[in-house]
Design a protein around this ligand. Structure first.
Ligand SMILES: [Zn+2]
Length: 414
């Protein structure tokens, strides 16, 4: 197919930026997991260990998102089915691992024979720095997410804000450990209580990974109800001629939509506007769509249809548009601009009381007309806008003769 441009959404810069920030999220979480893991093992703090597992979980979740964004930037038709299934299998496996790790921590918390952790001062500073990094990264991700209209990044940012809370819990537990504050409640130390609190965050993150991964695996990743709704939205746009292809895939909670349509215009800018408009409409009605790719190409027809309002059946041009009792539709062969046939049709709305111009314009759009010639200038009136929206080009003509009018339009070029 002679696709004009492979991407109508956002543009390359936006996509590259979403991709980059999703990558940073993974690197940050992995770094934090390794850092906290090291601090936990060397200090013997359960709370810090729980924090490390929390960050590790988030690293895996970020990697899944990163993979989803990366796949969405491919310009292939259809999607590499095997690959994204693998992502989801991985997230389910990791979720199970997280629950096992959480269970281990619970076991240690309640084993009751734990040495108090030994926390040197630099550990406090490192944990404080980690908390600040998460905080600022979260704000950064939300800002870029808003600008690029990316629900993935906004969700990443929100998640980082929640992580700030769990990091503060770890920080406070470590600080009290450093100060050698030795409180017990029912024999449970502060470090153990901190670990308990972090477990809540771990279970939450693990559950998200598990349920998103399972949902995508069980759904076979095609949500027909959503695709149907999108199909309706696209079909209802008067400037869309036909849907050639429509597909979608999931990455976690997010959906990636791919559509190919033919549009009723040859103007590239206009075609681009149509696809932007479609994207906006779809986003308005369906949340959590990360990316919509709409391929568009002009509709191909052998004939161009030219409609003219007639005063009588013999081909005398009417001075009016909506009130004209008859319409001629002339079929011109695109290849050599010769007239193939003409049909005279009765105006079904001539007797209508109100808004007949608009109704006639809608009727012509539905009839697949490409050009309309008329004497009245309606470009700033309702019917003029309906015609323009339907991709119909309006030509002002003079004279009363149908054949002359058609020649006139053809010589001006269509
Ligand atoms: Zn988290």
């Amino acid at each position: 197919m002679t696709t004009q441009t492979p991407e109508s959404t956002g543009g390359h810069d936006d996509t590259a930026q979403v991709y980059r920030v999703a990558g940073y999220a993974f690197v940050l979480n992995l770094f934090l997991a390794v850092l906290k893991g090291f601090l936990a093992v060397t200090s013997g703090s359960l709370a810090i260990m729980a924090g490390a597992i929390d960050s590790g979980t988030d690293a895996v979740a970020s990697l899944v998102i990163y993979g989803g964004v990366k796949l969405s930037t491919r310009k292939t038709k259809g999607f590499p089915l095997g690959l994204y299934k693998l992502e989801n299998v991985a997230s389910v496996l990791v979720a199970i691992f997280i629950f096992i790790a959480g269970y281990e921590i619970v076991g240690q918390i309640f084993s009751g024979q734990q040495q108090p952790p030994e926390i040197p001062l630099p550990y406090i500073w490192l944990l404080l720095a980690a908390t600040l990094m998460i905080f600022f990264f979260g704000r950064f991700a939300i800002r870029v997410g808003r600008r690029t209209n990316s629900p993935t990044l906004i969700a990443e940012g929100r998640h980082r804000q929640v992580d700030v809370l769990s990091s503060i819990v770890v920080l406070v537990a470590a600080l009290l450990g450093y100060l050698e504050v030795d409180w017990h409640i029912l024999g449970i130390t502060i470090d153990q209580m901190g670990a308990c609190l972090i477990l809540v965050f771990i279970v939450r993150a693990g559950w998200d990974l598990l349920s998103d991964g399972m949902r995508v695996l069980l759904d076979a990743s095609i949500d027909f109800a959503t695709l149907d709704r999108i199909q309706e939205i696209i079909k209802n746009d008067p400037q869309v001629d036909r849907i050639i292809e429509l597909s979608g895939r999931n990455a976690g909670r997010f959906q990636f939509i791919h559509a190919a349509v033919t549009v009723k215009t040859h103007d590239l800018d206009e075609a681009h506007q149509i696809s932007r408009h479609l994207e906006t409409r779809i986003r308005e009605q369906i949340p959590h769509i990360e990316k919509i790719t709409i391929l568009y190409e002009p509709r191909k027809r052998e004939h161009v249809r030219i409609a003219l309002p007639l005063a009588d059946e013999n081909g005398r041009i009417s001075a009016h548009f909506g009130e004209a009792p008859w319409f001629a539709v002339v079929f011109v062969q695109r290849r050599d601009q010769t007239v193939q046939k003409q049909e005279i049709m009765k105006n079904p709305h001539a007797a209508t009381e109100t808004a007949k111009g608009i109704r006639v314009a809608e009727w012509l759009v539905q009839a697949g007309v490409d050009h309309v010639g008329m004497k009245e200038d309606i470009s700033r009136k309702g019917p003029g806008y309906v015609l323009a929206n339907g991709g119909i080009q309006v030509h002002l003509i003079s004279g009363d003769d149908l054949d002359a009018a058609v020649d006139d339009i053809l010589t001006k070029g269509i």
